[in-house]
Design a protein around this ligand. Structure first.
Ligand SMILES: NC(=O)c1ccc[n+]([C@@H]2O[C@H](COP(=O)([O-])OP(=O)(O)OC[C@H]3O[C@@H](n4cnc5c(N)ncnc54)[C@H](OP(=O)(O)O)[C@@H]3O)[C@@H](O)[C@H]2O)c1
Length: 365
């Protein structure tokens, strides 16, 4: 064999081993596992790098965020179809498109995107298929991974002024607050808005109502958080721990007339009081049950104020895009309490379970 043939031979062996390495590429991904006590925990695993099919996009995830639902899921307190072992956690994530399938038209490499909460609820009314496509529980599509593939329909571009960390907070909490106030509540400037607590949904409610020229009143268990809420635009605050009958204070703060809008996240401990804090013909978006879901409708209070009550379940892709336009117009930035690293995902869960925070908790990948 002459020298040229030897070089060629070595080169071809090297190229073959590089190709082989590429085919065996792996990524790190968290998956749910049963923890032996009847709940789930999350475990980081090496899995094959996903490859997009014709209609799919490969996204390098730069950040994810947690919602109360994610805690309910691992504690098996969330309504799920069955065993989710092996599923990928977290509905909310943002990242960069790094490969596209042959038929993809909505995105190109380099686009900055976020997953939509229901990957198949694109517009109009909810459908069974749309509801079944929620990310981060039974049906896969979770974001707590270094890379994910998604049908191109299940993503939106993120506002340019936001970092990936900021954009990762939007898919669940922000779209929910948006739907409650604007899509269903038709919130108007100068209306009084009641926000319960200072978590994810309520902090977006505060930003949105302030930006729309409405008058947010917010409750919290912490005076420190209430002070911060004032700097973010709250016109009135009440500590619900120090004031058991906080609804009376809320009514006083809203000119004695009551609030026009409510984002009801508190559940059994708050819904009746919130109705008592409402103005005539106001709108209540029923969103959560942080103190346990209310099972009885307080008909007396409801008729007393003539409120419209609407159950909200996040929103569609169209809602997400309309919200993004508003966020861009007003250059809004989410309230982020703490960032964890990808390796610290389990600590982020613990912090949400046990810690005291305001706004959102983010994992930077
Ligand atoms: N239907 C939907 O589409 C949808 C979407 C998103 C969330 N949710 C639900 O909405 C609720 C909130 O979700 P999230 O992700 O915003 O939760 P989160 O970020 O964990 O915030 C919860 C906040 O609620 C406040 N809180 C706790 N107990 C309260 C009480 N008794 N009265 C008033 N406020 C209380 C606390 O605020 P302070 O620390 O300031 O006291 C806490 O930070 C959850 O039940 C969640 O499952 C529903």
């Amino acid at each position: 064999m002459n020298i040229y043939k030897s070089i060629l031979c070595i080169l071809s062996i090297s190229l073959a081993s590089i190709a082989c390495a590429a085919n065996n590429e792996t990524i790190r991904q968290y998956q749910f596992i049963e923890d032996g006590s009847g709940a789930y925990t999350i475990e980081m695993n090496e899995v094959a790098k996903p490859e997009p099919t014709a209609n799919q996009v490969l996204v390098k995830i730069h950040a994810t965020s947690l919602n109360r639902r994610d805690i309910m899921i691992v504690e098996k307190k969330y309504r799920m179809a069955g065993d989710i072992t092996g599923g990928v956690p977290l509905s909310d994530g943002a990242g960069e498109v790094i490969a596209v399938g042959s038929d993809v038209t909505r995105f190109k490499i380099g686009d900055r995107v976020a997953g939509i909460f229901f990957s198949e609820w694109l517009d109009g009314k909810r459908t069974d298929e749309g509801v079944a496509s929620a990310r981060g529980a039974d049906n896969g599509g979770g974001m707590l991974a270094e890379m994910v593939v998604s049908n191109e329909e299940g993503l939106v571009k993120i506002p340019e002024h936001l970092s990936y960390v900021e954009a990762a907070t939007l898919p669940c909490a922000a779209v929910t607050a948006w739907s409650g106030l604007f899509k269903y509540g038709n919130m108007q400037a100068d209306e009084y808005v009641l926000l319960e607590g200072t978590g994810g949904v309520s902090s977006f409610g505060l930003l949105f109502s302030k930006a729309a020229g409405a008058k947010p009143i917010i409750t919290s268990s912490s005076n420190e958080k209430l002070e911060k809420a004032i700097t973010l635009g709250a016109v009135g605050t009440v500590n619900y721990r120090e004031n058991e009958d906080w609804q009376i204070k809320v009514r006083e703060l809203s000119n004695g007339q009551g609030v026009d809008q409510v984002l009801e996240i508190g559940g059994v401990q708050t819904i009746n009081k919130a109705l008592q804090a409402m103005a005539y013909e106001g709108h209540m978006a029923v969103i959560g049950g942080i103190s346990g879901f209310a099972t009885d409708l307080p008909v007396g209070s409801l008729m007393g104020v003539g409120a419209t009550v609407k159950g909200v379940f996040v929103g569609s892709r169209a809602d997400f895009e309309t919200m993004n336009a508003f966020i861009t117009e007003h250059k809004l930035r989410p309230v982020i309490d703490r960032e964890f690293s990808f390796d610290q995902a389990a600590e982020a869960y613990e912090f949400m379970k046990n810690g005291s925070f305001m706004g959102k908790i983010v994992i930077k990948h």
